[in-house]
Design a protein around this ligand. Structure first.
Ligand SMILES: Nc1nc2c(c(=O)[nH]1)N[C@H]1C(S)=C(S)[C@@H](COP(=O)(O)O)O[C@H]1N2
Ligand SMILES: [Mo]
Length: 399
């Protein structure tokens, strides 16, 4: 009963998770973990269109992953006794037991590391990503083995009865499962305390509840306030000066939290373009005098939230021309900030896409300091974290 949604849902969570890893541009060593040895997948360059691509893959990975947690827990309920049934007999049974241990351990590990990363800003540092990645492969291997072993059983038991009739069965007529060859069914169960429809409603209701309180973060707009579980994904605090204004959308890390000195983004600020015959220095007025372009683009964060806004600024490809490198192989963007967000590298396609901007305005107003004043990068389908705020240098590379 719970196997089918997992059989469909978990592969989606797995594939979107692996796609997310790809989206960070492993060719620049930006995917974390960056060196995955033999686990490295065949490489492809992450596209710039459709602009909502990363929003979709990341949203599915986290959204579906969270919605399936109640279903996973219900399923584990039925498996856990099996982990403690004496030593396995024979190598086949031993292998099966091992795959179960890895399956159960793997999924719990992925759920815990995933949830903690969403709720606490990068508590694990880099090791979280390594752990989540390696854990994923352990789980994938066990999952594939488990599905191969158990698919016939699942099909048989789903076929053996009608869902409609099962949903109509009252408690008095609910009978335990007959004993099975795998010994999954308790040999001497207590009388049932709940109907199958009750179990389905409980778990299904749990999944729907999780959906109701998390989907607002991915869908955004008016649904955002319904996202109760999210530390950052909701709105600007109501007492903030930005509340209700054009800059009122989620902030990943505030200007104050970035530790940047206020002077660094005001008086003396200028953008430097490197990589050409000689460095080009552009002050804010110079940037404002260049052709401006407006694009509606999402920011989609690895923590699962996303938000689409209307950005205005100078096209990155115009800056490449201004730098004297009209067809750069890639570009390295640097922030005033030091630390893990100090730098991000963009592919040629990401620099040249017509909607890729160094934005100075959002929703018709000047960027707030929290959203990256004086200028920030915004590129279609780029993972949120690479949309660098408080930009100060862009280096266009020829190779
Ligand atoms: N310099 C700098 N750029 C940054 C960040 C940061 O902390 N510092 N956060 C990144 C992350 S993780 C995301 S999701 C987006 C969020 O942009 P926002 O805070 O404007 O919503 O900015 C990215 N750019
Ligand atoms: Mo992010």
């Amino acid at each position: 009963m719970f196997a089918l949604p997992l059989l469909i849902g978990l592969p989606i969570v797995i594939v979107t998770g692996l796609l997310d890893w790809m989206a960070y541009s492993p060719q620049f060593g930006q995917s974390i973990p960056s060196d995955v040895g033999f686990l490295r997948l065949p490489f492809f360059e992450w596209p710039v269109s459709p602009s909502w691509l990363f929003r979709l893959t990341e949203g599915l990975h986290i959204g579906l992953g969270m919605i399936l947690v109640p279903v996973v827990l219900a399923k584990l309920w039925s498996v856990i006794p099996k982990l403690f049934t004496g030593p396995p007999k024979g190598p086949v049974r031993a292998l099966e037991r091992l795959s179960l241990v890895l399956l159960v351990g793997g999924i719990l590990f992925e759920i815990v590391t995933g949830l903690l990363n969403i709720q606490y800003d990068y508590v694990f540092g880099f090791s979280f990503y390594l752990a989540h990645f390696v854990g994923a492969w352990v789980f994938i291997a066990a999952f594939v083995l488990h599905v191969l072993l158990k698919l016939p059983t699942m099909v048989r038991s789903l076929r053996s009865r009608s869902l409609v009739r099962e949903l109509r069965t009252p408690l008095s007529a609910t009978v335990p499962e007959p004993p099975d060859v795998h010994g999954l069914v308790a040999p001497d169960p207590d009388p049932p305390t709940m109907t199958r429809r009750g179990a389905l409603a409980l778990v299904g209701g749990g999944a729907l509840f999780v959906a109701a309180i998390t989907l607002g973060q991915t869908l955004g707009g008016r649904l955002r306030p319904t996202a109760l579980l999210l530390p950052r994904g909701r709105t600007t605090a109501p007492d903030s000066t930005e509340a209700g204004g054009p800059n009122d959308f989620p902030v990943n890390r505030t200007f104050v939290a970035s530790g940047i000195a206020a002077a660094a983004i005001t008086d003396g600020w200028a953008l430097t373009l490197n990589g050409g015959p000689s460095p080009v220095r552009l002050e804010r007025a110079d940037l404002a005098a260049m052709p401006q372009h407006t694009a509606e683009l999402p920011i989609a964060c690895v923590e699962g939230w996303s938000s689409t806004q209307t950005w205005t600024g100078v096209r990155l490809r115009d800056l490449a021309v201004a730098a004297g490198v009209p067809e750069p192989a890639s570009a390295v963007v640097r922030s005033v900030e030091v630390g893990p967000f100090a730098r991000a590298q963009l592919t040629q396609a990401q620099v040249l896409a017509p909607d890729s901007l160094l934005a100075m305005q959002v929703n018709g107003a000047e960027l707030s300091r929290d959203h990256g004043y004086p200028a920030r990068v915004i590129v279609p389908a780029l993972p949120g974290v690479h949309n660098t705020k408080w930009v100060v240098i862009i280096e266009f590379r020829r190779v």
